[in-house]
Design a protein around this ligand. Sequence first.
Ligand SMILES: [Zn+2]
Length: 123
Amino acid sequence: MTKKQIINRVTYWQNKLGLSNWRIKVTFQNFKRLADDDKYAAIAKTESNPTYLLADIYFKIEYLDVVDDPAIVHELLHLVLGDIVSYFVSNSKDLQEDPAWTNYFEEKTVATLERIITRINKL
Ligand SMILES: [Zn+2]
């Protein structure tokens, strides 16, 4: 996708997923891969503040051509899970001691929901 297409599709999916109250800034830049088990980490990453409904989605500039709707849905679903992930990390000594499990459960849940949503929408 082009930068303009990505911005348009983020807005489309933001509304479709019920996230229209969020302020989402889309940025195109280079960054290091976050985790080996996150398929989309090489393409994009999302940082969010669920309390204030603020988010930044970063798309890796060299991989814009492989960005698709499932990748965008995936990043936006991290916003949906932001509260619950923060809660569990804050209240679980086990997760604080082994953050890889947080990433595993969050990515698995996001990936599962992304498959369901894209299948329902026949993408
Ligand atoms: Zn992810």
